[in-house]
Design a binder for this molecule. Structure first.
Ligand code: B12
Length: 313
């Protein structure tokens, strides 16, 4: 009998509590569940796929590694899950000491970086994506990890290669997460970039994901974008707002000029949000009518919700 695959990925995410990002990564990397595809190439899952994903999630939660269990048959998985649960504690102390919270994943990521273990770092981040929300992951693992790396590098305790390895893994992890975010096509659009001359882009990628979490369509244009290009992107996409990430702190004439230019090109209708570790360098040069300087990703979410209400109401 042919099994009907009728569930789209969003529904499967709701049913399993896994994010669409994790479901796709488990498919791509481990072939954990390979759904059928529609003619337009959309993934469609059947009930058996949903049950399998639920079992995989339970097994990962008690400490099994997805790379080791992804190939198990349904019966083997069932046995594994029954051995460990359903009343088993969330974490099996024999396999994994400590609770699987953000502090745990931060610690594991840092030790992978210090050991120059690229695969280890990838796998810790993949596991963290199962246990933590995207906001927790960004605020309590990725941000602090990068700051710590900066500190260690400054003190000469870490090599540039460890930092480069970490940046490139985090970049592709965040990029995949952003690509797999699902936002309604009718949601308002926001352009995300870093200004010309600013090469740190992990903050920009993070806020692009945060905007999707607030149900905005993020159009991500990467680092070092001149004001005229940002303005062209806004016009092209009919975006409602721009968010710029500034990590490098400098009181530079060049940066002020870029932002003044952007304000001029965009007129009064488009909101410009600016944040990041270096954003406070702008505080004395702009007033609240020109740009909204935000201190963190939580204030960004509040500001996005307020703007949306204002524009819709
Ligand atoms: C990785 C890194 C790099 C990588 C970047 C790779 C990449 N693809 O992005 C590379 C090697 C390219 C790099 C280059 C440089 N770097 Co660097 N780098 C870092 C490091 C280690 C991590 C930064 C990072 O990505 N963090 C991760 C993200 C997720 O965190 P975040 O940016 O803070 O973003 C969070 C919040 O701030 C917020 N946020 C960010 N943007 C926005 C926007 C809005 C609207 C809102 C609401 C919130 C928000 O949300 C994010 C999630 O919570 C930091 C150390 C540190 N303390 O951060 C140094 C650091 C930032 N770098 C530094 C320096 C000096 C440089 C260089 C000048 C080095 C050099 N001599 O060439 C160049 C500058 C290049 C340039 N012109 O921009 C200094 C900056 C000092 C200063 N004056 O500000 C730091 C602090 C290192 C140090 N301790 O000295 N760097």
């Amino acid at each position: 009998m042919k099994i009907r695959s009728v569930y789209p990925i969003r529904y499967v995410a709701q049913q399993t509590g896994l994010s669409t990002h994790v479901i796709r990564v488990w498919e791509k990397r481990y072939k954990a569940v390979v759904p059928q595809r529609t003619e337009s190439n959309r993934r469609m899952y059947c009930e058996r796929d949903v049950q399998r994903l639920k079992m995989l999630k339970t097994a990962v939660k008690v400490g099994h590694s997805i790379s080791q269990i992804a190939g198990l048959s349904a019966e083997e998985l069932m046995q594994l899950v029954n051995l460990d649960g359903p009343d088993a504690p969330e974490v099996s102390p024999a396999r994994e000491p400590g609770s699987l919270d953000s502090a745990y994943f931060y610690g594991r990521s840092l030790s992978a970086v210090l050991n120059f273990d690229a695969q280890g770092l990838e796998s810790v981040l993949d596991r963290a994506a199962v246990h933590l929300s995207k906001m927790e992951l960004i605020k309590a693992v990725i941000g602090p990890l990068c700051r710590k790396i900066g500190e260690l590098w400054e003190q000469g305790k870490l090599k540039v290669i460890n930092e480069h390895m970490t940046s490139s893994i985090i970049h592709s992890f965040l990029w995949n997460m952003l690509r797999s975010a699902e936002v309604s096509e009718t949601s308002p659009k926001i352009i995300i970039a870093t200004p010309a001359g600013h090469q740190h882009e992990l903050g920009a990628l993070s806020i692009a994901i945060v905007a999707c979490e607030s149900d905005w369509q993020s159009l991500y244009f990467g680092p070092g974008l001149p004001a005229e290009e940002i303005a062209a992107a806004v016009a092209y996409a009919d975006a409602r707002a721009v968010a710029l990430s500034i990590t490098y702190y400098e009181n530079s004439h060049q940066l002020n000029l870029e932002i003044k230019k952007l304000r001029r090109y965009l007129g009064d209708e488009i909101t410009i949000f600016i944040g990041g570790q270096g954003a406070m360098s702008l505080v004395d040069s702009f007033d609240a009518a020109e740009i909204q300087l935000l201190k963190d990703v939580d204030s960004f979410r509040i500001a996005l919700n307020n703007l949306r209400k204002l524009q819709e109401g």
